[in-house]
Ligand binder design. Structure first.
Ligand SMILES: NC(=O)c1ccc[n+]([C@@H]2O[C@H](COP(=O)([O-])OP(=O)(O)OC[C@H]3O[C@@H](n4cnc5c(N)ncnc54)[C@H](O)[C@@H]3O)[C@@H](O)[C@H]2O)c1
Length: 306
């Protein structure tokens, strides 16, 4: 039987969520459902009312772990006018990490830990909130050279508490990675939809599963998609160039290679990782994730060929 270290009995820090729309409203609701006290604030009274009805205490006085769940263009100013405890840890849910690190991270130093849960739908606003949104999702959590590891762990515990798996990553590596798997797909979906629109009403009337799957994400709020791709312009351009190179290949080879990637079977193997930046980042780079925090290490998994 493997040795187990005792889990520390420190009380979980309070959580405060700024922006109670799809992501923030979902997180606040999930934490309330997990029995955690949650405060929240939103500039929209309807979002505040919806969160209050789910058990969130509406307040502009924030402490513990403060989660910024606002649109990317207002991330840098979201705490203006709010009373934030001097020792609070601040994290965010933004889809791009370098610009938030450059603004909020520069202002807050070691108190800031950037994050990005890899979930959400094409809907937006408080009516799209779903307490089950994070279950089984990957949650990228940034570990920069200046990140305070104890604050990183505090945020990781919140992600784990709502059922997510934590991927340690740097902001730069995150932005390169999500350009390929999220930001380019949004642009491709837009291009597919626009081209189908040019093909005319007959084509659109025959559109079925493949068109729906390939274009779903461009049903998102255009302001959200623009903030994401323009906020990550250089990595997205580079990833788009790689897709364009792929499209220039002979179709038989291209179809075979793409099929192989999405149908590849992969197992996973459990690992224990010390609470140390290089080891945690190495777990993330290998495609692994943290699933549990113990006293002296975290538990997680890495991919293993089946
Ligand atoms: N939608 C997704 O699929 C998705 C996935 C992962 C991460 N994200 C990121 O999460 C963040 C929130 O996205 P969302 O989809 O929940 O957006 P949303 O539009 O559903 O919700 C944003 C909320 O923030 C509120 N808000 C705006 N300005 C504010 C301010 N200054 N102070 C307080 N509240 C303010 C709005 O009233 C709204 O309720 C974004 O940064 C986005 O990049 C989104």
């Amino acid at each position: 039987m493997a040795e187990r270290f005792p889990v520390p009995t420190m009380p979980a820090p309070p959580v405060a969520v700024v922006g109670l729309g799809q992501l923030g409203g979902s997180l606040a609701a999930a934490l309330v459902a997990a029995g955690r006290p949650v405060r929240g604030w939103d500039v929209d009274p309807a979002a505040r009312d919806a969160a209050a009805a789910r058990g969130v205490q509406i307040s502009q006085e924030l402490s513990g772990v403060v989660v910024l769940a606002v649109p990317l263009p207002v991330m840098a100013t979201a705490l203006d006018g709010l009373a934030v405890a001097g020792d609070a840890t601040v994290t965010d849910l933004g889809s791009v990490k370098r610009p938030v690190l450059d603004t909020v991270g520069t202002a807050l130093g070691g108190r800031f830990v950037g994050g990005h849960p890899m979930c959400g739908t094409e809907r937006s606003g408080h009516t799209a909130a779903d307490p089950g949104l994070f279950a089984g999702a990957r949650w990228a959590l940034c570990l920069e050279p200046g990140t305070d590891l104890s604050r990183w762990l505090r945020v990781a515990e919140i992600a784990l508490a709502v059922g997510a798996e934590v991927v340690p990553v740097t902001a730069a590596e995150h932005d390169d990675a999500v350009a390929a798997i999220s930001h380019v797909p949004h642009l491709l979906a837009a291009a597919l939809a626009a081209a189908a629109g040019q093909a005319g009403p007959l084509a659109l009337s025959l559109a079925a599963g493949s068109f729906r799957d390939g274009t779903r994400v461009i049903g998102s709020d255009p302001a959200f998609v623009r903030a994401m791709v323009e906020g990550n312009a250089a990595p997205t351009s580079a990833a788009l160039a790689r897709v364009q190179e792929q499209l220039a290949r002979p179709w038989a080879e291209l179809v075979g290679d793409g099929h192989a990637v999405v149908t590849r079977e992969q197992g996973r193997r459990s690992v224990r990782v010390p609470l140390e930046r290089a080891a945690l980042l190495s777990l993330g780079r290998s495609g692994g994730a943290v699933t549990r925090r113990l006293a002296a290490f975290v538990e997680g998994y890495v991919p293993d060929p089946a």
